[in-house]
Design a protein around this ligand. Structure first.
Ligand SMILES: Cc1cc2nc3c(=O)[nH]c(=O)nc-3n(C[C@H](O)[C@H](O)[C@H](O)COP(=O)(O)O)c2cc1C
Length: 191
């Protein structure tokens, strides 16, 4: 599978860090491109320490101002794009078809090609503009997977809490994982 993981300047770098680590381990991922918005590393440095995000070896890293990447064209064969965390600014630009940077253009392409586009927004509360943008994107075919953790598995650490969201992202990418306890499941679901 070829994947794009886009990172924007919303809070939630821990989700990105843990998702990238899982993707790096997955035998099902052939290629993973990471796109960082201008504000992504700034917020990541605030949340994770001055180094910011650690990008696993083998992943290709891009800024948000290049069109010199394959996945901004529908002709390139990519299966899924995840934007995690997704700021409401980026979400709004995608909802209105701006296509003005790598992330917004790639998202536009994934929508038009009917490929999997997963947005992980992090904002609270929402105003009406944001709520309408969310609806517009759901109507356009995006999967809205907000960074809302669950607690029924009794997570023991901040990482466990974050993994309740990361597990759902991996599920929707079709990547096997046993990051969280599944409701009423007798055993961990690693197949
Ligand atoms: C520490 C910090 C945390 C932020 N958290 C959020 C957030 O959770 N959600 C959000 O939509 N924007 C958040 N922002 C604002 C975005 O970074 C800002 O709107 C930025 O322009 C988004 O640009 P981008 O989407 O290109 O990354 C945060 C900014 C800072 C400095």
């Amino acid at each position: 599978m070829k994947l794009v993981v886009a990172v924007t300047g919303a809070s939630g770098s821990i989700y990105t860090q843990r998702l990238l680590a899982e993707i790096a381990k997955s035998p099902d991922v052939e290629e993973c491109h990471v796109v960082l918005s201008t504000h992504a590393q700034e917020v990541a440095a605030t949340e994770l320490g001055s180094e910011g995000l650690t990008i696993p070896r083998g992943m290709k890293v891009h800024g948000d101002k290049t069109m010199d990447v394959p996945f901004v064209s529908g002709s390139a064969r990519f299966e899924a794009m995840v934007i995690v965390p997704c700021s409401m600014g980026t979400l709004g630009r995608i909802a209105h078809g701006y296509s003005d940077g790598t992330i917004a253009r790639a998202a536009d392409v994934f929508l038009k090609e009917k490929r999997k586009l997963i947005l992980v927004p992090r904002e609270t509360p929402w105003n009406l503009v944001q709520a309408r943008n969310v609806v517009t994107l759901i109507e356009a075919g995006a999967l809205m997977l907000p960074a809302i953790p669950s607690f029924y598995g009794r997570p023991k650490s901040v990482e466990d809490v974050a993994d309740t969201v990361v597990a759902r992202i991996l599920d929707h990418l079709g990547l096997r994982n046993d990051l969280m306890k599944r409701w009423k499941s007798s055993s961990e679901e690693r197949e």
